[in-house]
Structure formats: structure tokens, C-alpha cells
Design a protein around this ligand. Structure first.
Ligand SMILES: Cc1cc2nc3c(=O)[nH]c(=O)nc-3n(C[C@H](O)[C@H](O)[C@H](O)COP(=O)(O)OP(=O)(O)OC[C@H]3O[C@@H](n4cnc5c(N)ncnc54)[C@H](O)[C@@H]3O)c2cc1C
Length: 511
């Protein structure tokens, strides 16, 4: 059992996005008599590379009472409406598909029967690209300005889109710090040298560089980034590696100017010979990076390929190596690791901030619901749910590499890599029908909400051909005739709407 009632101090080690979001949550969770203190070392600094959020970023901002207009002004944020996948099937110039942030609950396509969305299955069956059913897609394709995008999003349901943000993570951290300090969080700049635990393994204090007296604490959030001081360091929890299933393990980040008049409304994910390149458009610049497999390219090769793709003027930043995975337990006693201190995977789909916010939301939910007293079994369940959440991210990412590309050793080797068992089974299901909510329920247990939902899986599985057109046809066959007629009428309408456009799904192997 963990008793957090009447603790006099909660310490967060780390002043990155994870640390400041944690501090805001702790300040809400505990009475003013409990000090919430963030200790961060400016000499170490933050990783500073995460610049794209998921939809739960907006929930977190709302939960913390942060005004969205102020957030945009203070962080240089630009709208993110999804991801554009370029070159993931044929590698050709016009090989694009989109994973858009749809707006569930209000669209005609939300109609659900027999566990699936018949209108969406109808589109998959007909080879109609899914992004084309989203009315707001025209704004993305037309490189609409931020102001026009805002006007479109205010239309709500009729745009069919929801938004998250691209943001400068340094400015985000600074902004969250100002908000947290204004709410009473104590900010200390110092280096933590050591975490001190008692015989039961409970954290009792941290020793700071140059300070003799250790700083006592009752709860520690380890948001120390790649330093991984607590769970990975002092407490020595085992790492659960995903490198058997995900090949990417190196990054060369860079910055570049906007290639278009307005910041793109989607993250660009561009397939490369040994991995992929992100381009995240903020208001003032684009943040980029080449994520590569070190078994297929070294840093010099990655830089060469960056220059070939975006021009010789681009200055690469410090390269980074990583092992994809996470700690098996992230909450041990009165220590919880969060953000990069708890795990890291290929940043495709920007899952990391999303995972961090979902983990923090559940930590807050459990501690609050327990009145500050938490049974050990609930903490075990939390760790299990967290691991499942990571498994869902791993499996979703693995599917992205299941397309038809075989033109370099990287793409061939990835195709041959054994899929994780959970995903291997889902892939078999998708040969027979489209992804459904029921498929994903094991990734979100004990009150967790999934990071990626059936529609997210569909947006990627259909264009890659992981869901063949005949699989959608098979499930439509099982519907009553009135429902099939409704699907047929919708498809006719879509075809009429798209008469001037090309609705065919490029690269669909199953056509
Ligand atoms: C290449 C790359 C791409 C990414 N892309 C995305 C993306 O698109 N979307 C997304 O959501 N996320 C992405 N991320 C993840 C994202 O960067 C992080 O989730 C986010 O920035 C939060 O980081 P953090 O706060 O956990 O760690 P950091 O920002 O690294 O902060 C760590 C903090 O710990 C402090 N610290 C460390 N050691 C000590 C010590 N001994 N004493 C005191 N303080 C210490 C540091 O000073 C710092 O303040 C990406 C990450 C990388 C590396």
C-alpha cells in the first residue's frame, strides 16, 4: 500500500514537457500544504525534439485550465490535423496517403452496425481513399493559412476534422513552467546527484550537487529524460525492448524553412532509403529529423540523404541513438517515471507525448480516487495497463512498415522482421475484415483510454493494403439489404462528389 496523505513534499526531477505537465497535475492533486517542487538542471537541458501532439494534448490543456489562444501565442504552435505519408508504398513522387484526426461522433460515416463502420468499409471496398470523405481535407491539400484553418475548425462537425498542435518544445516547456510557478509550484535549478531510498525501497530524499543536506520528499516523479535517474537508475527496473520488432534506432534532427507559403497542416512523414524523415511545421520554421536504422545507415549516410532530400543548406543537429522500448514497471513505491525517463520508440505518429499524458492522467485518476491511499495491486494494474498501452503503440507502428516497398535492404529487412504476436494476429483478422474497436480493447485496460483507435488503424491499414478490399466486401455482405443499400447510395454520392478527382487508392495491392 502507498500512503500519500499528508506528504509534505512531492518532487519532480526534470523540467521538460513531462516534468511541467506532472507538476501541474500534482499541484491540482495535493493541498497547498504539500510543496510541489520541480528540480531541473539547465546544464543538462532537455531533449527538445518532440514537436507534434495527438488529440489528448488538447484534453490535457483543458484539464489544466490553459487557454488555447494563449497557448498558441506563447508556444509558437501551429495546427496539426494529421500526418501525410509520402513514398511509403511505391516511393513515387505522387505516392501520398493521409492519416487524419477525424472527429468521431458527428459524421455520417460514424454509423456503426455489427461492430464496424459500414460506410467506411464501403469506401475501402471501392478503393476510395479515406481522407477524401473528410470535408476539411481541401484545406490541407490547398495549404490553407492558420487563420483559415481556425475558421474551418470552428465549423466543427462539417469539417470532419479535429486538431492538435505542432509546437516548439522549448517554448512549450517555458510556458508550462510559467503557468506552474504562477500556481505555486516551486522551481529549483540544480543537478540531482542521487536518489536516496530506505530499506523498503521507498524514495526518501534526493542529494543535490554541492548541497550537503539531502532534500526530503514523499513522492518522486522521475521526468529526467534520457538520464533515467529513478526507475531505470537507482531502482534498476528491467527494460522491455522492442528492437526485435522495430528496426529504427538512430535520429539526425535538423531545422529548415517552410517549403510552402503557409505551415503545412499535417506532419510530413517521408519514407527514406533507411527509415523515414519527419517535417513538423511550426509557425516560424519546420523541425525535421531522419529516423534511421543503424544496421542500414550510419550518421554520415543519414546526413547525406537529408541533404539530397531537402538541400545542402540544412544544418544537422546532434545525432541520437536509442533502443525502442520502456521500463516494465514505471510506478514503483513512491516513484513514477514519466516521459523519456520511462520509455521511447520511433517517433512516427508522435505517440510519445500522447503516451505520457495518458500515463499521467491515470496516475492522477488513481491517486485522487484512492484519496491518496493506493493499494499495491492497483499499482500493479497500472503498470500492466501502461505496458499494454506501449504494446498498442508498438503494434500500430509495426503496421506502418507493412507496405509493399522492397527497394532497399532496409525495407526488405523490415518486411522480413517477425511481427509482434499481437499484431500478427490482428493482421490475420484484417485479411477478413476491417479493424474494429474490439480488436484494440487489450491495449487499453484498467480505465486507460487507447492512444490509437480503430479509425486510426484503418487510415493506415487500408492504403497500405494490410486490409484488402475483399475483406471489406466480406463484412458488407453480412449486413441486411437495407444497410447495404445505404452503403451503395453513399458510395454513389461520394463518386459524384469526386468526379473531378482521382478516388483510386494508389499502391493498393489488393485491387
Ligand atoms: C528524436 C525525437 C523525436 C520526438 N518526436 C516526438 C513527437 O513528434 N511527438 C511527441 O509527442 N514526442 C516526441 N518526442 C518525445 C518528446 O521529445 C518528449 O516526450 C518530450 O519532450 C518530453 O520529454 P521529457 O520531459 O520526458 O524529457 P526532457 O525534455 O529531455 O527533460 C528532461 C529533464 O530532466 C532534467 N535532468 C536530467 N538529469 C537531471 C539531473 N541529474 N538533475 C536535474 N535535472 C536533470 C533535464 O535538465 C531536463 O530538464 C521525440 C523525442 C525525440 C528524442
Amino acid at each position: 500500500m502507498l500512503n500519500l496523505r499528508n506528504i509534505s513534499r512531492a518532487v519532480v526531477v526534470g523540467g521538460g514537457t513531462s516534468g511541467w505537465f506532472a507538476a501541474l497535475a500534482l499541484r491540482r492533486m495535493f493541498a497547498p500544504s504539500t510543496e510541489v517542487r520541480v528540480i531541473e538542471s539547465p546544464a543538462i537541458g532537455i531533449a527538445g525534439l518532440g514537436e507534434g501532439g495527438l488529440l489528448n494534448l488538447l484534453d490535457a490543456l483543458r484539464r489544466n485550465g490553459i487557454d488555447l489562444t494563449e497557448f498558441v501565442q506563447e508556444t509558437g504552435a501551429a495546427f496539426k490535423l494529421g500526418v501525410s505519408y509520402e513514398g511509403w508504398r511505391t516511393g513515387a513522387e505522387d505516392d501520398h496517403y493521409y492519416h487524419l484526426f477525424g472527429r468521431p461522433g458527428l459524421q455520417e460515416t460514424d454509423w456503426m452496425e455489427a461492430g464496424f463502420h459500414p460506410l467506411i468499409s464501403g469506401m475501402v471496398h471501392e478503393g476510395i481513399e479515406l481522407h477524401r470523405y473528410v470535408p476539411g481535407f481541401a484545406a490541407i491539400a490547398g495549404n490553407a493559412s492558420q487563420r483559415d484553418a481556425l475558421a474551418m475548425l470552428r465549423l466543427g462537425a462539417s469539417s470532419g476534422l479535429s486538431a492538435s498542435f505542432h509546437f516548439d518544445s522549448h517554448r512549450l516547456g517555458d510556458y508550462l513552467r510559467r503557468v506552474a510557478v504562477s500556481r505555486g509550484v516551486v522551481h529549483q535549478q540544480a543537478r540531482v546527484d542521487e536518489l536516496l531510498c530506505d530499506e523498503q525501497g521507498m524514495a526518501r530524499a534526493v542529494r543535490l550537487e554541492g548541497v550537503e543536506e539531502p532534500l526530503a520528499l514523499g513522492l518522486l516523479i522521475d521526468a529526467s529524460g534520457f538520464a533515467r535517474l529513478g526507475i531505470g537508475g537507482k531502482l534498476g527496473v528491467r527494460w522491455r525492448s522492442f528492437s526485435e520488432h522495430l528496426l529504427l534506432d538512430g535520429v539526425v534532427p535538423f531545422r529548415m524553412p517552410h517549403p510552402q507559403p503557409n505551415p503545412s497542416l499535417v506532419t510530413r512523414a517521408i519514407a527514406m532509403p533507411s527509415g523515414w524523415m519527419w517535417q513538423m511545421p511550426l509557425v516560424e520554421r519546420v523541425g525535421g529529423g531522419y529516423v534511421f536504422s543503424s544496421a542500414h545507415a550510419d550518421e554520415a549516410q543519414a546526413i547525406y540523404e537529408i541533404h539530397r532530400r531537402v538541400g545542402p543548406g540544412v544544418e544537422p543537429m546532434r545525432a541520437l541513438k536509442f533502443e525502442p522500448g520502456h521500463f516494465e514497471q514505471v510506478w514503483v513505491g513512491n516513484v513514477m517515471a514519466l516521459g523519456l525517463a520511462s520509455g521511447f520508440v520511433d517517433p512516427l505518429e508522435s505517440s510519445l507525448l500522447g503516451q505520457m499524458l495518458e500515463q499521467l492522467r491515470n496516475f492522477e485518476r488513481i491517486v485522487t480516487a484512492g484519496g491518496g491511499v493506493v493499494p499495491g495491486r492497483v499499482i500493479e494494474g497500472f503498470n500492466e495497463a501502461n505496458a499494454r498501452c506501449w504494446s498498442g503503440i508498438r503494434d500500430f507502428l509495426r503496421m506502418h512498415y507493412d507496405g509493399p516497398r522492397r527497394d532497399t535492404a532496409f525495407w526488405r529487412d523490415f518486411a522480413d522482421l517477425p511481427p509482434p504476436p499481437g499484431y500478427a494476429e490482428l493482421r490475420q483478422c484484417f485479411q477478413r475484415r476491417t479493424p474494429r474497436p474490439i480488436d484494440l480493447q487489450n491495449y487499453a485496460i484498467h480505465g486507460w483510454q487507447g492512444i490509437f483507435h480503430a479509425l486510426n488503424w484503418l487510415f493506415v491499414a487500408a492504403p497500405l493494403g494490410v486490409v484488402p478490399r475483399k475483406a471489406a466486401a466480406a463484412e458488407l455482405q453480412g449486413l441486411p439489404s437495407a444497410s447495404r443499400a445505404r452503403v451503395a447510395a453513399y458510395i454513389t454520392r461520394m463518386r459524384e462528389l469526386g468526379a473531378a478527382g482521382d478516388f483510386s487508392s494508389k499502391g493498393d495491392r489488393s485491387a
